[in-house]
Design a protein around this ligand. Structure first.
Ligand code: ARG
Length: 579
Protein backbone atom coordinates (compact mmCIF):
# COMPACT_ATOMS: atom_id res chain seq x y z
CA UNK A 1 0.00 0.00 0.00
CA UNK A 2 2.85 2.40 0.79
CA UNK A 3 4.20 1.71 -2.65
CA UNK A 4 0.96 2.57 -4.34
CA UNK A 5 0.70 5.79 -2.33
CA UNK A 6 4.25 6.70 -3.35
CA UNK A 7 3.12 6.05 -6.92
CA UNK A 8 0.14 8.37 -6.57
CA UNK A 9 2.34 11.12 -5.15
CA UNK A 10 4.84 10.63 -7.96
CA UNK A 11 2.06 11.05 -10.51
CA UNK A 12 0.88 14.23 -8.78
CA UNK A 13 4.44 15.61 -8.81
CA UNK A 14 4.87 14.85 -12.48
CA UNK A 15 1.64 16.66 -13.18
CA UNK A 16 2.61 19.72 -11.12
CA UNK A 17 5.96 19.87 -12.89
CA UNK A 18 4.23 19.72 -16.26
CA UNK A 19 1.91 22.52 -15.16
CA UNK A 20 4.87 24.63 -14.09
CA UNK A 21 3.83 24.69 -10.41
CA UNK A 22 7.00 22.80 -9.49
CA UNK A 23 10.40 23.38 -11.11
CA UNK A 24 11.85 20.84 -13.55
CA UNK A 25 14.42 18.28 -12.49
CA UNK A 26 12.96 17.49 -9.06
CA UNK A 27 13.53 13.89 -8.10
CA UNK A 28 12.84 13.61 -4.37
CA UNK A 29 12.73 10.37 -2.37
CA UNK A 30 9.08 10.17 -1.49
CA UNK A 31 8.62 9.11 2.12
CA UNK A 32 5.42 7.45 3.26
CA UNK A 33 5.01 6.31 6.86
CA UNK A 34 2.40 4.34 8.74
CA UNK A 35 0.61 6.67 11.14
CA UNK A 36 0.55 5.88 14.85
CA UNK A 37 -2.86 7.35 15.44
CA UNK A 38 -5.54 6.14 13.05
CA UNK A 39 -7.63 9.30 13.49
CA UNK A 40 -4.94 10.92 11.33
CA UNK A 41 -5.39 8.42 8.56
CA UNK A 42 -3.33 5.33 7.82
CA UNK A 43 -0.34 6.77 5.99
CA UNK A 44 1.40 10.12 6.06
CA UNK A 45 3.89 11.84 3.81
CA UNK A 46 6.04 14.91 4.42
CA UNK A 47 6.56 15.53 0.71
CA UNK A 48 4.98 19.00 0.71
CA UNK A 49 7.32 20.11 3.48
CA UNK A 50 10.31 18.71 1.62
CA UNK A 51 9.47 20.48 -1.63
CA UNK A 52 8.08 23.76 -0.29
CA UNK A 53 11.41 25.52 -0.62
CA UNK A 54 12.30 24.55 -4.21
CA UNK A 55 8.68 25.26 -5.15
CA UNK A 56 8.78 28.66 -3.47
CA UNK A 57 5.46 27.94 -1.76
CA UNK A 58 4.18 27.50 1.78
CA UNK A 59 4.06 23.80 2.68
CA UNK A 60 0.30 23.79 3.28
CA UNK A 61 -0.34 25.54 -0.05
CA UNK A 62 1.79 23.00 -1.87
CA UNK A 63 0.00 20.21 -0.01
CA UNK A 64 -3.30 21.58 -1.30
CA UNK A 65 -1.99 21.63 -4.89
CA UNK A 66 -0.76 18.07 -4.48
CA UNK A 67 -4.14 16.87 -3.25
CA UNK A 68 -5.79 18.44 -6.29
CA UNK A 69 -3.29 16.74 -8.58
CA UNK A 70 -3.53 13.28 -7.01
CA UNK A 71 -5.19 10.75 -9.30
CA UNK A 72 -8.26 9.05 -7.87
CA UNK A 73 -7.63 5.63 -6.40
CA UNK A 74 -10.24 3.21 -5.09
CA UNK A 75 -8.09 2.14 -2.15
CA UNK A 76 -7.78 5.70 -0.82
CA UNK A 77 -10.95 7.12 0.71
CA UNK A 78 -9.68 10.62 1.48
CA UNK A 79 -6.53 12.72 1.83
CA UNK A 80 -6.18 15.53 4.36
CA UNK A 81 -3.62 18.18 5.21
CA UNK A 82 -2.39 18.08 8.78
CA UNK A 83 -0.13 20.21 10.96
CA UNK A 84 2.61 22.08 9.11
CA UNK A 85 1.76 20.37 5.81
CA UNK A 86 1.62 16.60 6.18
CA UNK A 87 -0.51 14.71 3.70
CA UNK A 88 -2.61 12.13 5.54
CA UNK A 89 -4.05 9.28 3.53
CA UNK A 90 -7.08 7.31 4.72
CA UNK A 91 -7.40 3.90 3.21
CA UNK A 92 -10.73 2.68 2.01
CA UNK A 93 -11.81 -0.16 4.27
CA UNK A 94 -13.68 -2.00 1.55
CA UNK A 95 -10.56 -2.01 -0.62
CA UNK A 96 -8.45 -3.06 2.36
CA UNK A 97 -10.89 -5.87 3.19
CA UNK A 98 -10.63 -7.10 -0.38
CA UNK A 99 -6.85 -7.22 -0.13
CA UNK A 100 -7.14 -9.24 3.07
CA UNK A 101 -9.57 -11.67 1.46
CA UNK A 102 -7.10 -12.13 -1.38
CA UNK A 103 -4.30 -12.84 1.12
CA UNK A 104 -6.44 -15.39 2.90
CA UNK A 105 -7.18 -17.15 -0.39
CA UNK A 106 -3.48 -17.33 -1.27
CA UNK A 107 -1.28 -20.02 0.30
CA UNK A 108 1.56 -17.47 0.06
CA UNK A 109 -0.48 -14.74 1.79
CA UNK A 110 0.07 -12.41 -1.20
CA UNK A 111 3.64 -11.77 -0.10
CA UNK A 112 5.99 -10.69 -2.85
CA UNK A 113 9.27 -8.94 -3.21
CA UNK A 114 9.45 -5.25 -4.08
CA UNK A 115 11.95 -5.13 -6.91
CA UNK A 116 13.50 -7.97 -8.89
CA UNK A 117 14.26 -11.30 -7.25
CA UNK A 118 17.92 -12.11 -6.82
CA UNK A 119 20.38 -14.87 -6.25
CA UNK A 120 21.74 -14.27 -2.77
CA UNK A 121 24.63 -15.88 -0.93
CA UNK A 122 24.11 -15.91 2.82
CA UNK A 123 27.32 -16.47 4.78
CA UNK A 124 26.22 -17.64 8.21
CA UNK A 125 27.30 -19.55 11.30
CA UNK A 126 30.86 -20.21 10.07
CA UNK A 127 32.37 -21.41 13.37
CA UNK A 128 36.00 -22.40 13.75
CA UNK A 129 36.04 -26.17 13.85
CA UNK A 130 38.94 -26.45 16.25
CA UNK A 131 36.54 -25.78 19.12
CA UNK A 132 32.99 -26.58 19.97
CA UNK A 133 30.31 -24.03 19.04
CA UNK A 134 29.89 -21.50 21.81
CA UNK A 135 27.41 -18.72 22.42
CA UNK A 136 29.34 -16.38 20.15
CA UNK A 137 28.14 -18.46 17.18
CA UNK A 138 24.50 -18.24 18.10
CA UNK A 139 23.83 -14.85 16.62
CA UNK A 140 25.35 -15.45 13.20
CA UNK A 141 23.56 -18.79 12.96
CA UNK A 142 20.05 -17.72 13.86
CA UNK A 143 19.99 -14.19 12.43
CA UNK A 144 21.45 -15.51 9.18
CA UNK A 145 18.93 -18.35 9.15
CA UNK A 146 15.96 -16.01 9.68
CA UNK A 147 17.06 -13.61 6.96
CA UNK A 148 17.74 -16.49 4.56
CA UNK A 149 14.23 -17.85 5.18
CA UNK A 150 12.65 -14.45 4.60
CA UNK A 151 14.56 -13.88 1.35
CA UNK A 152 13.50 -17.30 0.11
CA UNK A 153 9.91 -16.57 1.01
CA UNK A 154 10.12 -13.32 -0.95
CA UNK A 155 11.22 -15.32 -3.97
CA UNK A 156 15.00 -14.92 -3.94
CA UNK A 157 17.23 -17.87 -4.65
CA UNK A 158 19.30 -18.28 -1.51
CA UNK A 159 22.62 -20.10 -1.36
CA UNK A 160 23.72 -20.72 2.22
CA UNK A 161 27.46 -20.82 2.79
CA UNK A 162 28.88 -22.06 6.06
CA UNK A 163 32.41 -20.67 5.80
CA UNK A 164 33.82 -22.74 8.64
CA UNK A 165 37.33 -22.16 9.95
CA UNK A 166 38.95 -25.48 9.17
CA UNK A 167 42.43 -24.43 8.16
CA UNK A 168 44.29 -22.53 10.84
CA UNK A 169 47.53 -23.11 12.73
CA UNK A 170 45.55 -24.64 15.63
CA UNK A 171 45.06 -27.70 13.48
CA UNK A 172 48.74 -28.61 13.81
CA UNK A 173 48.31 -28.86 17.55
CA UNK A 174 45.14 -30.90 17.28
CA UNK A 175 46.63 -33.27 14.71
CA UNK A 176 49.76 -33.78 16.82
CA UNK A 177 47.57 -34.74 19.73
CA UNK A 178 45.41 -37.03 17.63
CA UNK A 179 48.50 -38.69 16.17
CA UNK A 180 50.12 -39.20 19.54
CA UNK A 181 47.36 -41.29 20.99
CA UNK A 182 44.66 -42.18 18.46
CA UNK A 183 42.58 -44.42 20.73
CA UNK A 184 42.36 -42.08 23.71
CA UNK A 185 41.90 -39.10 21.47
CA UNK A 186 38.94 -40.69 19.66
CA UNK A 187 37.00 -41.02 22.87
CA UNK A 188 37.98 -37.55 24.04
CA UNK A 189 36.70 -36.07 20.81
CA UNK A 190 33.14 -36.48 22.02
CA UNK A 191 33.92 -33.38 24.02
CA UNK A 192 35.79 -31.12 21.61
CA UNK A 193 36.28 -28.45 24.18
CA UNK A 194 38.12 -30.82 26.45
CA UNK A 195 40.08 -32.23 23.54
CA UNK A 196 41.19 -28.74 22.59
CA UNK A 197 42.24 -27.99 26.16
CA UNK A 198 44.20 -31.23 26.45
CA UNK A 199 45.99 -30.57 23.18
CA UNK A 200 46.75 -27.00 24.20
CA UNK A 201 48.15 -28.25 27.50
CA UNK A 202 50.54 -30.59 25.69
CA UNK A 203 51.48 -27.77 23.33
CA UNK A 204 52.31 -25.43 26.23
CA UNK A 205 54.13 -28.07 28.27
CA UNK A 206 56.30 -29.69 25.65
CA UNK A 207 58.59 -27.86 23.24
CA UNK A 208 59.01 -31.08 21.32
CA UNK A 209 55.23 -31.43 20.90
CA UNK A 210 54.94 -27.81 19.83
CA UNK A 211 57.61 -28.34 17.22
CA UNK A 212 55.78 -31.39 15.90
CA UNK A 213 52.56 -29.39 15.74
CA UNK A 214 54.23 -26.75 13.60
CA UNK A 215 55.67 -29.37 11.28
CA UNK A 216 52.27 -30.96 10.91
CA UNK A 217 50.70 -27.71 9.74
CA UNK A 218 53.32 -27.45 7.04
CA UNK A 219 52.79 -31.09 6.03
CA UNK A 220 49.03 -30.63 6.05
CA UNK A 221 49.22 -27.56 3.85
CA UNK A 222 51.55 -29.39 1.50
CA UNK A 223 48.90 -32.08 1.08
CA UNK A 224 50.47 -34.95 3.07
CA UNK A 225 48.07 -37.89 2.87
CA UNK A 226 48.31 -39.06 6.49
CA UNK A 227 47.87 -35.56 7.78
CA UNK A 228 44.88 -35.01 5.56
CA UNK A 229 43.31 -38.23 6.83
CA UNK A 230 43.61 -37.14 10.45
CA UNK A 231 42.43 -33.67 9.61
CA UNK A 232 39.40 -35.01 7.74
CA UNK A 233 38.54 -37.25 10.65
CA UNK A 234 38.76 -34.35 13.08
CA UNK A 235 36.59 -32.09 10.92
CA UNK A 236 33.97 -34.76 10.45
CA UNK A 237 33.56 -35.07 14.17
CA UNK A 238 33.53 -31.34 14.74
CA UNK A 239 31.02 -30.78 11.95
CA UNK A 240 28.74 -33.48 13.31
CA UNK A 241 28.71 -31.55 16.60
CA UNK A 242 27.67 -28.43 14.67
CA UNK A 243 25.00 -30.29 12.76
CA UNK A 244 23.45 -31.49 16.01
CA UNK A 245 23.26 -27.90 17.21
CA UNK A 246 21.71 -26.75 13.91
CA UNK A 247 19.08 -29.46 14.04
CA UNK A 248 18.29 -28.71 17.60
CA UNK A 249 18.04 -25.00 16.86
CA UNK A 250 15.77 -25.74 13.90
CA UNK A 251 18.20 -23.93 11.62
CA UNK A 252 18.14 -24.76 7.93
CA UNK A 253 21.79 -25.69 7.50
CA UNK A 254 23.00 -29.03 6.20
CA UNK A 255 26.43 -30.56 5.56
CA UNK A 256 25.98 -29.51 1.90
CA UNK A 257 26.11 -25.85 2.89
CA UNK A 258 29.60 -26.20 4.32
CA UNK A 259 32.28 -24.61 2.22
CA UNK A 260 35.08 -23.90 4.63
CA UNK A 261 38.31 -21.98 4.39
CA UNK A 262 40.19 -25.08 3.26
CA UNK A 263 38.06 -25.29 0.11
CA UNK A 264 39.81 -22.21 -1.22
CA UNK A 265 43.31 -23.38 -0.39
CA UNK A 266 44.32 -24.17 -3.96
CA UNK A 267 43.27 -20.73 -5.18
CA UNK A 268 45.14 -18.54 -2.73
CA UNK A 269 48.34 -18.38 -4.79
CA UNK A 270 46.29 -17.31 -7.76
CA UNK A 271 44.56 -14.59 -5.75
CA UNK A 272 47.93 -13.09 -4.85
CA UNK A 273 49.11 -13.39 -8.46
CA UNK A 274 45.95 -11.70 -9.71
CA UNK A 275 46.45 -8.81 -7.27
CA UNK A 276 50.00 -8.45 -8.50
CA UNK A 277 48.92 -8.46 -12.14
CA UNK A 278 46.47 -5.67 -11.34
CA UNK A 279 49.31 -3.62 -9.83
CA UNK A 280 47.63 -3.64 -6.44
CA UNK A 281 50.32 -5.51 -4.49
CA UNK A 282 53.08 -4.01 -2.31
CA UNK A 283 55.70 -5.59 -0.08
CA UNK A 284 56.08 -4.53 3.50
CA UNK A 285 58.66 -6.28 5.72
CA UNK A 286 58.51 -9.27 3.41
CA UNK A 287 54.73 -9.55 3.64
CA UNK A 288 52.56 -8.95 0.60
CA UNK A 289 49.76 -6.46 1.03
CA UNK A 290 47.28 -4.21 -0.69
CA UNK A 291 47.32 -0.67 0.71
CA UNK A 292 44.04 1.19 0.66
CA UNK A 293 44.36 4.96 0.89
CA UNK A 294 40.84 5.47 2.20
CA UNK A 295 41.55 3.38 5.31
CA UNK A 296 44.07 4.99 7.64
CA UNK A 297 45.57 4.13 11.01
CA UNK A 298 45.81 6.50 13.98
CA UNK A 299 48.94 8.13 12.49
CA UNK A 300 47.15 8.79 9.22
CA UNK A 301 49.01 6.15 7.21
CA UNK A 302 47.13 3.86 4.82
CA UNK A 303 46.17 0.49 6.25
CA UNK A 304 47.19 -2.70 4.48
CA UNK A 305 45.19 -5.83 3.76
CA UNK A 306 47.86 -8.47 4.24
CA UNK A 307 47.38 -11.36 1.84
CA UNK A 308 50.60 -13.32 2.31
CA UNK A 309 52.93 -13.47 5.29
CA UNK A 310 56.69 -13.18 4.97
CA UNK A 311 56.93 -16.94 5.53
CA UNK A 312 54.58 -17.59 2.62
CA UNK A 313 51.44 -18.41 4.64
CA UNK A 314 48.10 -16.98 3.57
CA UNK A 315 45.60 -15.21 5.79
CA UNK A 316 41.92 -14.96 6.64
CA UNK A 317 41.57 -12.05 4.20
CA UNK A 318 43.13 -14.02 1.34
CA UNK A 319 40.57 -16.77 1.81
CA UNK A 320 37.76 -14.25 1.93
CA UNK A 321 38.93 -12.74 -1.36
CA UNK A 322 38.92 -16.19 -2.92
CA UNK A 323 35.45 -16.88 -1.56
CA UNK A 324 34.16 -13.58 -2.93
CA UNK A 325 35.49 -14.44 -6.34
CA UNK A 326 33.85 -17.85 -6.14
CA UNK A 327 30.53 -16.39 -5.03
CA UNK A 328 30.52 -13.87 -7.84
CA UNK A 329 32.02 -15.78 -10.75
CA UNK A 330 31.01 -19.34 -9.92
CA UNK A 331 27.80 -18.97 -7.97
CA UNK A 332 26.73 -15.90 -9.96
CA UNK A 333 25.36 -14.19 -6.90
CA UNK A 334 23.74 -10.76 -7.26
CA UNK A 335 24.20 -10.16 -3.57
CA UNK A 336 26.25 -11.64 -0.72
CA UNK A 337 25.39 -11.10 2.94
CA UNK A 338 27.92 -11.74 5.68
CA UNK A 339 26.48 -12.42 9.11
CA UNK A 340 29.63 -11.91 11.14
CA UNK A 341 30.45 -10.15 14.42
CA UNK A 342 30.51 -6.35 14.21
CA UNK A 343 34.12 -6.43 15.35
CA UNK A 344 35.08 -7.67 11.89
CA UNK A 345 33.56 -4.60 10.22
CA UNK A 346 36.89 -3.16 9.12
CA UNK A 347 38.05 -6.50 7.74
CA UNK A 348 34.98 -6.68 5.52
CA UNK A 349 35.04 -3.05 4.41
CA UNK A 350 38.63 -3.49 3.31
CA UNK A 351 38.22 -6.94 1.78
CA UNK A 352 35.16 -5.78 -0.20
CA UNK A 353 37.12 -2.83 -1.52
CA UNK A 354 40.07 -4.99 -2.58
CA UNK A 355 37.73 -7.49 -4.25
CA UNK A 356 36.11 -4.68 -6.25
CA UNK A 357 39.37 -3.13 -7.36
CA UNK A 358 40.78 -6.49 -8.35
CA UNK A 359 37.64 -7.38 -10.29
CA UNK A 360 37.06 -10.47 -8.15
CA UNK A 361 33.37 -9.59 -8.05
CA UNK A 362 31.06 -8.25 -10.75
CA UNK A 363 30.77 -4.48 -10.49
CA UNK A 364 27.05 -4.59 -9.68
CA UNK A 365 27.26 -7.34 -7.07
CA UNK A 366 26.09 -6.16 -3.65
CA UNK A 367 28.43 -7.08 -0.79
CA UNK A 368 27.02 -6.40 2.65
CA UNK A 369 28.47 -7.07 6.06
CA UNK A 370 25.52 -7.76 8.35
CA UNK A 371 27.42 -7.18 11.58
CA UNK A 372 25.94 -7.93 14.97
CA UNK A 373 26.62 -6.88 18.55
CA UNK A 374 27.76 -8.97 21.48
CA UNK A 375 25.60 -11.18 23.62
CA UNK A 376 26.36 -10.15 27.20
CA UNK A 377 25.58 -11.67 30.57
CA UNK A 378 23.30 -10.00 33.10
CA UNK A 379 26.31 -7.97 34.28
CA UNK A 380 26.62 -6.35 30.85
CA UNK A 381 29.93 -8.08 30.17
CA UNK A 382 30.50 -10.77 27.52
CA UNK A 383 28.59 -13.92 28.46
CA UNK A 384 30.73 -16.38 30.46
CA UNK A 385 30.33 -19.38 32.74
CA UNK A 386 30.63 -18.81 36.51
CA UNK A 387 34.32 -19.66 36.39
CA UNK A 388 34.89 -17.32 33.46
CA UNK A 389 34.97 -19.91 30.66
CA UNK A 390 33.10 -19.72 27.36
CA UNK A 391 29.57 -21.07 27.49
CA UNK A 392 28.99 -24.02 25.20
CA UNK A 393 25.92 -23.60 23.09
CA UNK A 394 24.57 -27.06 23.96
CA UNK A 395 24.72 -26.27 27.68
CA UNK A 396 22.82 -23.07 27.13
CA UNK A 397 20.12 -24.85 25.15
CA UNK A 398 19.86 -27.61 27.77
CA UNK A 399 19.25 -25.05 30.46
CA UNK A 400 16.68 -23.20 28.35
CA UNK A 401 14.69 -26.39 27.78
CA UNK A 402 14.92 -27.39 31.41
CA UNK A 403 13.63 -24.01 32.58
CA UNK A 404 10.83 -24.07 30.02
CA UNK A 405 9.92 -27.56 31.20
CA UNK A 406 9.49 -26.46 34.81
CA UNK A 407 7.57 -23.40 33.73
CA UNK A 408 5.10 -25.27 31.52
CA UNK A 409 4.68 -28.07 34.03
CA UNK A 410 3.93 -25.49 36.71
CA UNK A 411 1.18 -23.95 34.59
CA UNK A 412 -0.14 -27.24 33.25
CA UNK A 413 0.55 -30.08 35.70
CA UNK A 414 -1.79 -32.52 33.92
CA UNK A 415 0.04 -32.60 30.59
CA UNK A 416 1.46 -35.91 29.41
CA UNK A 417 5.23 -36.19 29.68
CA UNK A 418 5.81 -36.44 25.90
CA UNK A 419 3.69 -33.41 25.16
CA UNK A 420 5.32 -31.53 27.99
CA UNK A 421 8.75 -32.27 26.53
CA UNK A 422 7.66 -31.15 23.10
CA UNK A 423 6.24 -27.88 24.42
CA UNK A 424 9.32 -27.31 26.56
CA UNK A 425 11.52 -27.70 23.51
CA UNK A 426 9.54 -25.28 21.37
CA UNK A 427 9.28 -22.74 24.19
CA UNK A 428 12.85 -23.08 25.49
CA UNK A 429 14.68 -23.02 22.18
CA UNK A 430 12.19 -20.51 20.78
CA UNK A 431 12.79 -18.20 23.74
CA UNK A 432 16.56 -18.17 23.25
CA UNK A 433 16.22 -17.51 19.54
CA UNK A 434 13.46 -14.95 19.81
CA UNK A 435 15.21 -12.95 22.53
CA UNK A 436 18.14 -12.59 20.18
CA UNK A 437 16.20 -11.97 16.98
CA UNK A 438 13.96 -9.34 18.56
CA UNK A 439 16.90 -7.04 19.37
CA UNK A 440 18.33 -4.79 16.71
CA UNK A 441 21.06 -6.76 15.01
CA UNK A 442 23.80 -4.23 15.64
CA UNK A 443 23.15 -3.68 19.36
CA UNK A 444 24.70 -5.63 22.20
CA UNK A 445 22.17 -7.27 24.49
CA UNK A 446 22.01 -8.96 27.86
CA UNK A 447 21.07 -12.59 27.93
CA UNK A 448 18.38 -13.10 30.55
CA UNK A 449 16.48 -16.37 31.02
CA UNK A 450 13.72 -14.89 33.20
CA UNK A 451 12.94 -12.20 30.69
CA UNK A 452 12.97 -14.37 27.60
CA UNK A 453 10.76 -17.00 29.24
CA UNK A 454 8.17 -14.52 30.43
CA UNK A 455 4.65 -14.86 29.05
CA UNK A 456 4.37 -11.09 28.97
CA UNK A 457 6.05 -8.67 26.62
CA UNK A 458 7.78 -9.18 23.31
CA UNK A 459 8.85 -12.78 23.95
CA UNK A 460 8.55 -16.20 22.33
CA UNK A 461 6.20 -17.63 25.00
CA UNK A 462 3.84 -14.67 24.53
CA UNK A 463 3.73 -15.09 20.76
CA UNK A 464 3.54 -18.87 20.75
CA UNK A 465 0.68 -18.58 23.20
CA UNK A 466 -1.02 -15.90 21.08
CA UNK A 467 -0.98 -18.31 18.17
CA UNK A 468 -2.50 -21.15 20.23
CA UNK A 469 -5.32 -18.80 21.22
CA UNK A 470 -6.20 -18.25 17.59
CA UNK A 471 -5.87 -21.95 16.89
CA UNK A 472 -8.21 -22.76 19.79
CA UNK A 473 -10.99 -20.62 18.30
CA UNK A 474 -11.01 -22.93 15.31
CA UNK A 475 -10.54 -26.09 17.34
CA UNK A 476 -13.60 -25.28 19.45
CA UNK A 477 -15.59 -24.69 16.30
CA UNK A 478 -14.30 -27.79 14.64
CA UNK A 479 -13.32 -25.87 11.47
CA UNK A 480 -10.03 -25.15 9.83
CA UNK A 481 -8.43 -21.78 9.16
CA UNK A 482 -8.27 -22.64 5.49
CA UNK A 483 -11.88 -23.32 4.61
CA UNK A 484 -14.00 -20.32 5.45
CA UNK A 485 -16.88 -18.83 3.51
CA UNK A 486 -17.99 -15.21 3.42
CA UNK A 487 -15.88 -12.10 3.23
CA UNK A 488 -14.07 -9.68 5.48
CA UNK A 489 -15.82 -6.48 6.54
CA UNK A 490 -13.91 -3.96 8.60
CA UNK A 491 -16.36 -2.11 10.80
CA UNK A 492 -15.35 -1.87 14.44
CA UNK A 493 -12.30 0.20 15.24
CA UNK A 494 -10.47 -2.96 16.41
CA UNK A 495 -11.23 -4.72 13.14
CA UNK A 496 -9.87 -1.78 11.17
CA UNK A 497 -6.69 -1.66 13.21
CA UNK A 498 -6.12 -5.40 12.97
CA UNK A 499 -6.87 -5.36 9.24
CA UNK A 500 -4.44 -2.52 8.58
CA UNK A 501 -1.69 -4.37 10.46
CA UNK A 502 -2.32 -7.61 8.59
CA UNK A 503 -1.94 -5.77 5.31
CA UNK A 504 1.60 -4.74 6.28
CA UNK A 505 3.08 -8.25 6.31
CA UNK A 506 4.63 -8.07 2.87
CA UNK A 507 6.15 -4.64 3.53
CA UNK A 508 7.68 -5.82 6.81
CA UNK A 509 9.22 -8.89 5.18
CA UNK A 510 10.71 -6.71 2.46
CA UNK A 511 12.28 -4.55 5.15
CA UNK A 512 13.79 -7.60 6.84
CA UNK A 513 15.22 -8.80 3.53
CA UNK A 514 16.63 -5.44 2.50
CA UNK A 515 18.34 -4.57 5.74
CA UNK A 516 18.93 -8.02 7.21
CA UNK A 517 17.08 -7.15 10.43
CA UNK A 518 14.68 -9.81 11.76
CA UNK A 519 13.69 -7.60 14.72
CA UNK A 520 11.31 -5.79 12.36
CA UNK A 521 9.37 -9.01 11.94
CA UNK A 522 9.41 -9.64 15.71
CA UNK A 523 7.96 -6.21 16.50
CA UNK A 524 5.39 -6.69 13.80
CA UNK A 525 4.20 -10.04 15.17
CA UNK A 526 4.13 -8.61 18.67
CA UNK A 527 1.95 -5.69 17.53
CA UNK A 528 -0.23 -8.07 15.56
CA UNK A 529 -0.78 -10.30 18.60
CA UNK A 530 -1.70 -7.25 20.69
CA UNK A 531 -4.19 -6.01 18.10
CA UNK A 532 -5.70 -9.48 17.90
CA UNK A 533 -6.21 -9.49 21.67
CA UNK A 534 -8.19 -6.26 21.62
CA UNK A 535 -10.16 -7.43 18.59
CA UNK A 536 -10.95 -10.70 20.33
CA UNK A 537 -12.03 -8.86 23.45
CA UNK A 538 -14.26 -6.30 21.72
CA UNK A 539 -15.59 -8.20 18.73
CA UNK A 540 -17.24 -11.46 19.80
CA UNK A 541 -16.92 -14.13 17.15
CA UNK A 542 -19.18 -16.97 18.15
CA UNK A 543 -21.89 -14.65 19.43
CA UNK A 544 -21.62 -12.16 16.58
CA UNK A 545 -24.82 -10.38 15.63
CA UNK A 546 -25.18 -11.96 12.23
CA UNK A 547 -23.79 -14.88 10.28
CA UNK A 548 -22.04 -12.42 7.92
CA UNK A 549 -20.35 -10.73 10.83
CA UNK A 550 -19.33 -14.05 12.35
CA UNK A 551 -17.78 -15.22 9.07
CA UNK A 552 -15.96 -11.93 8.63
CA UNK A 553 -14.48 -12.14 12.11
CA UNK A 554 -13.53 -15.75 11.65
CA UNK A 555 -11.73 -14.83 8.48
CA UNK A 556 -9.86 -12.04 10.24
CA UNK A 557 -8.89 -14.48 12.98
CA UNK A 558 -7.78 -17.03 10.39
CA UNK A 559 -5.61 -14.53 8.56
CA UNK A 560 -4.10 -13.48 11.89
CA UNK A 561 -3.39 -17.10 12.76
CA UNK A 562 -1.78 -17.86 9.45
CA UNK A 563 0.28 -14.67 9.50
CA UNK A 564 1.51 -15.37 13.03
CA UNK A 565 2.40 -18.94 12.16
CA UNK A 566 4.15 -17.98 8.95
CA UNK A 567 5.99 -15.16 10.66
CA UNK A 568 7.21 -17.36 13.48
CA UNK A 569 8.27 -19.99 11.00
CA UNK A 570 10.30 -17.41 9.09
CA UNK A 571 12.05 -16.57 12.34
CA UNK A 572 12.85 -20.26 12.69
CA UNK A 573 10.47 -20.85 15.62
CA UNK A 574 8.50 -24.03 15.97
CA UNK A 575 4.80 -23.21 16.60
CA UNK A 576 2.44 -25.23 18.80
CA UNK A 577 -1.27 -25.83 18.38
CA UNK A 578 -1.80 -25.86 22.15
CA UNK A 579 0.31 -25.24 25.20
N1 ARG B 1 35.27 -18.31 11.26
C1 ARG B 1 35.16 -16.91 11.46
C2 ARG B 1 35.10 -16.58 12.94
O1 ARG B 1 34.73 -17.45 13.73
C3 ARG B 1 33.92 -16.32 10.81
C4 ARG B 1 33.88 -16.45 9.32
C5 ARG B 1 32.85 -15.55 8.74
N2 ARG B 1 32.76 -15.62 7.31
C6 ARG B 1 33.66 -15.13 6.48
N3 ARG B 1 33.46 -15.29 5.19
N4 ARG B 1 34.75 -14.52 6.87
O2 ARG B 1 35.40 -15.47 13.30
Amino acid sequence: MKDSIRDLIQQALTRLIAEGVLPDGLNPTIQVENTRDKTHGDFASNIAMMLAKPAGMKPRDLAQKLIEALPADPSVSKVEIAGPGFLNFFQNSAALAQRLDAALADPHLCVSKTGPTQRVVVDLSSPNLAKEMHVGHLRSTIIGDAVARVLEYLGDEVIRQNHVGDWGTQFGMLLAYLEENPAAAESELSDLEQFYRAAKQRFDDSAEFAERARELVVKLQAGDVDCLRLWTRFNEISLSHCQKVYDRLNVQLTPDDVKGESAYNAELGDIVAALKAKGLLSESNGARCVFLDEFKNAEGNPLPVIVQKAGGGYLYATTDLASMRYRSHQLHADRALYFVDQRQALHFQMAFEVARRAGFVHSDMQLEHMGFGTMNGADGRPFKTRDGGTVKLVDLLDEAEQRAYSLVKGKNPDLQETELRQIARAVGIGAVKYADLSKHRTSDYSFNFEQMLSFEGNTAPYLLYAYTRVASVFRKLGTSMDTLAGEIQLEAEQEQALGAKLAQFTEVLNGVGEKGVPHLLCSYLYDLAGLFSSFYEHCPILTAESETEKQSRLRLAALTGRTLKQGLELLGLETLERM
